[in-house]
Each structure stands twice: as C-alpha cells, then as structure tokens.
Design a binder for this molecule. Sequence first.
Ligand code: SF4
Length: 338
Amino acid sequence: MPEPLLSVENLRTYFSSSRGTVKAVDGVSFTVERGETRAIVGESGCGKSMTALSLLQLVPEPAGYIDSGRILFETRDLLDLTWSQMREIRGREIAMIFQEPMTSLNPVHTVGQQIREAMSVHGKAAGEATDRAIYLLGRVGLEDPAQALRQYPHELSGGMRQRVMIAIALANQPKLLIADEPTTALDVTVQAQILALIRELQAETGMAVLLITHDLGIVAEVADQVSVMYAGQIIESADTRSLFKDPRHPYTKGLFASLPARNRRGQDLATLEGIVPDAAAWPPACRFAPRCPYRWESCDTLRPKLFPPESDRPVRCHLYDPTIPGWPRLEKAGTTAV
Ligand code: SF4
C-alpha cells in the first residue's frame, strides 16, 4: 500500500484566551491519498477551517498555536520545517482556495500580476509565467484570458474571481489543493460549474483535494472519503458512499435528517437541536451529549474514542462500543452498525 500524500496525526491547535485554552482542533487524524478528495464536513465552529489553516501553519498568531501532532506530507513532517521551508511548500506543493476570493485577492493588483507573482516566487521566468497565466485563465473558463490578465478583482463577478483564485492555486501544479468552502458565496449554477471544474482539473493533474464544507450535497458530488467534525474532533469517517448509505454517529444522522429530500418535500426540515458548545468549555465526556437523543449516563462520564480503532469506519460514540457500561443502545439508535 503506497504511503498517503498527507497524513495528519493527532493534531491539536489551541488558542489562549481570557477564558482559558480554547481547543479548536483537538486530536484530529486523517489521511489524503494521491488523487483523491477527502471532505471534512461539519457546522461552523467545529474546527474544520482551523484544521485546514493548521496544515499550512497559517493559524492566527499570537493567540493561536499548534500544540502537538504530526502533519506528514510525503516524507516530511511539516511541523519540523522552518518558516522559509514552509513558504516553499505553500503555493507550490500545497495550495489553498478560500470561500471569498476578495479577501485573498489583492484589490490593487491586476489578475495577471497576481498569477505571475504566484509563479515567480517559486522561480518561474516572467515570459513563461505570462504564457502559463493565459493558459490557466482559459483553462478555468474565463472567456478572454488576455483581457482578464489586465483586469482588477473588483471588475470581475464572484464566479470569475473564484475561477481566478483556482487559476492562482493551480499555477505551480500543487500536489494538494485545500478548498475551504470554495463555492459557498456563489449561486447554485456557478457553484456547480466550479465544482465540475475542480473535478476536471483533478482528473487531468492527479492532484489531491482536501475539501472543507458544511454542505453534504457538495460532499456527495465530489468527495471520495469523508470525515465528520464536531467540537474540534473527528466523530466519524467513511468512504462517501458508505456514509450516505449508513450514517452512524447521532450527529451525522442529525445532519442527514436536516437535508432536504424529494420524499420529504412540503414537510418541515428536521433540524439539529441546540448549538455547538463553547470551545472554551467543551462538555467533559461526549461533546455531543447535550444535543444527543441517545445520551445515557456513560456519555457524561466517559470520553468516547473512535471505535473500532484502526478501522475504515470509526465512530466516536459509545453506541458502537459494547464495552461501555449501559450498552447496548443500538435498537434505539435505529442502526444495524457494529
Ligand atoms: Fe450520543 Fe452518547 Fe454517542 Fe455521545 S456517546 S453521541 S451522547 S450516544
């Protein structure tokens, strides 16, 4: 079995605050194989974007810091690299696109300047960079790439700006693209076009994608593997087909129950009751316990671990661990798991 392109092990990203230590990412592990798409899905505030920023060591300082863990990218642990070694990796081997390109594009530089700069910092000559910029802008679907090179971000629509961001991200043919809610700000048609574009480019270049999203519809469309995050932890992982066929964690079940479905048209959507708990004061045992319809005494006293460990369908919930006092509860969870 070849080594994964990216292997994140027990990553902990914390923030110091007046209310104590905020454990935004708390022991997260996952892998991304070459060429595959892994989605990290969850509500806002669950730690998924902070996980992505941690990979590139872009955690907001000075309050935020990576406390521990390993981020193995090919053979290197990114946490061992110096700032300048990390700068070499960013944009060249691992690129990132964000939800709102206006915050990442420079408003006072033309599109052409920004794409060329992305390449020149990694050593590409000016003429070669211009040719590639025109190619990339055409490839991401801009009708007049030469004209787009001369335009400023504010002269483009939201969809065009996101295409430009993708062109910049692809400029140096990264091995891994981190896409943090890449289509959330776009209308449904443009959203579909951008997702199709990412898939096409991935098929062409063999690039792996780590997709951060709160949208299960997008996960179904593009992901091979899914990790569900809640309150700073991964609470369930599976291949996409298995997760959609048989979601196991009560939180994942709740997310699916809140999805619109054809056969539920005209009915109120189920919603997950409650909110993600305060990150400065996670519940002491199961972090989902205050919202969980299956909760029993052990859920408030024992911390659930991913179970079965080392499996391809681990779930962080006592319902799946027969050694927990008070088990079994599976009939009530309505599942055939374990
Ligand atoms: Fe619900 Fe208990 Fe499972 Fe937590 S451990 S998700 S409270 S059943």
